[in-house]
Design a protein around this ligand. Structure first.
Ligand code: BGC
Length: 588
């Protein structure tokens, strides 16, 4: 699965001991203004540091009247402290004085709302935390260091702050959909995946995380060897006291049109079977009243719509099977049908797959993708309201953030967009892509509170090959290649990538516009066989999973970067699981 298109486009932490956190809170009545105009703010600052460098995370909470644009200010206590590269704000530094100005998407902060920003910095001598912060010139002062770290569940700015999480033993009450289904509840841990992970040496370090439950064929609804059926998953989730479960809807007619590794059981024309033998039974099970208190998160049809954008027509990346699916409309109609049926249930949350930055992130793919997603969301009787959000990087390997360069970086006046690696893409990592594309989706008509998910199951890129700083400033290629965390040969490579590691652990509301980091691809399950393997699952042999393959236009004719000796997609791949744990970042 996961094919990508360029067209249309060590770091070793020497010391983590320097982690510091502080909070400054201020309630400032401005003389001469009416009471409702008061700026009141609270800022938390925490830093992880190593010799000479650090990453700082700040959360700004507006505890006063609504803000329409903000400027944060603070002073570094030490003259050797510098901001090098920031995110989620426009950062500047003059002497020791630092300012961060809001972006268009996080400038509006309702009362009680907060937003998270951060930067990578350098230090010499020592690296003390700043002690005072201002918002729009008003001091947020008088705070004392908190006894707990800053919240990691800050909602995006368009949402109210999280309510107190209910005890994990009682499911949350049913009722209208919440804005972010991940906040305040625990996720379902799939015991079938957990058993395989626990059987691996060291696997218990990660086996308690929620992972996606893939309904990857009709038989999966009732259960297959080693995997319980949907009803049993939902029953187990209720028994676990889980607040949410993540189900992957993945069985479109003519599935995986641009690749062969996850070709499915339904022929391109079998849309009726998709509806009656697949979606209808799933909707019937999910609709059982006994699951009403579970938030059922449906990840809708990985890769399908992005394939229609980039791998059809006269593009050099086109694949005949994708032209067939575009012409017959069965991806669009199938996605619409799934959205409509599943979206009709009160406790479901549909997230459509939106590819990843190394696929959709080019100018000529962004707008057409948003338009096509809106078309699918209106197909088969569905409306845009059936879409709760979108997911990026599903089962892929794109770095969450690239700390040593961003899309605006230049070397000697040349943009990194001209580097071989970035190749004119608009984004360099998944988080900036998810946030930027979200804005585009809203412009295409989706609700202004759509939330994004990022699959971080395998995008950690830790281990001994992880860069420790920016690349050499010789030219844009040395700069980007020396500093990039994503160590793939090409961003179009998608199968069992050599060197990849477990990424961020699943968590709710990690950044503006992002509902959660999630593990949809269960770590340890193969992306595809590295040689031809006979099977009765409809799966083919895709050369992108063969480490000796020299590529095709969709990875710009590069080597595949795949691990050898891989089993069929979805089957357990012990060597990959071990590599993923070894190269985890954050480390396990
Ligand atoms: C496979 C599915 C599998 C899923 C999760 C996909 O690539 O085609 O059969 O369930 O990965 O591992």
């Amino acid at each position: 699965m996961n094919l990508r298109s360029r067209w249309s486009g060590r770091r070793k932490v020497l010391a983590l001991a320097g982690a510091s956190t502080l909070v400054a809170a201020g309630l400032v009545a401005i003389p001469g203004t009416v009471a409702h105009a008061a700026t009141q703010c609270s800022v938390t600052y925490s830093a992880n540091q190593w010799q000479g460098g650090f990453t700082a995370s700040l959360t700004i909470q507006n505890v006063g009247d609504p803000l329409n644009g903000w400027t944060l200010g603070f002073t570094f206590p030490n003259s050797g402290q510098r901001v090098q590269q920031g995110w989620s704000a426009t950062w500047s530094q003059s002497g020791s004085q630092v300012t961060a100005q809001s972006m268009s998407w996080n400038g509006s902060l309702a009362t009680g709302a907060s937003t998270s920003i951060g930067f990578n910095g350098a230090w010499s001598g020592s690296n003390p935390a700043p002690t005072s912060f201002t918002i729009n010139g008003t001091v947020c002062n008088g705070g004392t260091p908190p006894t707990t770290p800053p919240p990691t569940t800050t909602p995006p700015p368009t949402t109210p702050p999280p309510t107190t999480p209910p005890p994990t033993t009682t499911p949350p009450p049913g009722g209208p959909r919440v804005d972010n289904p991940y906040v305040g509840v625990t996720g379902y841990v799939n015991p079938d995946w957990k058993a395989k992970a626990d059987a691996e040496p060291g696997g218990s370090r990660i086996s308690n995380n929620p992972t996606g439950v893939w309904m990857d064929r009709i038989a999966a609804i009732n259960g297959t060897t080693g995997a319980r059926g949907l009803r049993a998953h939902l029953d187990t989730a209720v028994a676990q006291g889980a607040g949410y479960i993540q189900v992957v809807i993945y069985n479109l007619p003519g599935r995986d049109c641009s690749a062969l590794a996850s070709a499915g059981e339904l022929e391109p024309t079998e849309i009726d079977r998709y509806k009656t033998e697949y979606i209808d039974p799933i909707a019937a099970i999910m609709g059982d009243a006994k699951y009403r208190n579970l938030r059922i998160i449906n990840v809708i049809e990985i890769d399908s719509l992005p394939n229609l954008v980039t791998n059809t027509g006269s593009r050099p990346t086109a694949v005949p099977a994708c032209d067939v699916m575009k012409a017959n409309g069965n991806y669009v109609n199938g996605v619409g049908y799934a959205l409509a049926k599943l979206g009709a249930l009160p406790n479901t949350y549909n997230y459509i797959d939106a590819g990843h930055h190394g696929w959709i992130g080019w100018d000529d793919n962004l707008a057409p993708s948003a338009t096509l997603f809106a078309e699918a969301a209106r197909a088969s009787g569905s409306t845009l309201n059936n879409v709760h959000g979108f997911i990026v990087n599903t089962a892929n390997y794109g770095a969450l953030t690239e700390p040593y360069f961003n899309i605006n970086s230049t070397v000697g006046g040349t943009s990194v967009r001209q580097s071989r690696w970035v190749d004119w893409n608009r984004y360099v990592d998944e988080q900036s892509f998810a946030q930027g594309f979200r804005t585009q989706l809203i412009s295409a008509g989706f609700n202004s509170n759509v939330g994004m998910l990022i699959d971080t199951s395998r995008n950690g890129w830790g281990g001994s090959a992880r860069p420790t700083g920016p690349g050499a400033q010789t030219n844009v290629d040395t700069f980007v290649d020396g500093g990039r965390l994503d160590r793939r040969i090409h961003t179009g490579n998608w199968c069992n990538q050599s060197g990849a590691g477990i990424g961020e652990r699943p968590r709710a509301a990690p950044a503006a516009g992002i509902d959660a980091y999630v593990w949809i691809k269960p770590p340890g399950e193969s992306d595809g066989a590295s040689t031809e393997i006979e099977n009765d699952e409809g799966k083919g042999f895709d050369r992108m999973c063969d480490p000796t393959y020299t590529g095709n236009p969709r990875n710009n004719n590069n080597m595949s970067g795949a691990l050898a000796n891989a089993p069929l997609s979805g089957h357990w791949f012990s060597a990959q699981f071990q590599q993923l744990m070894q190269n985890a970042y954050p480390p396990l």
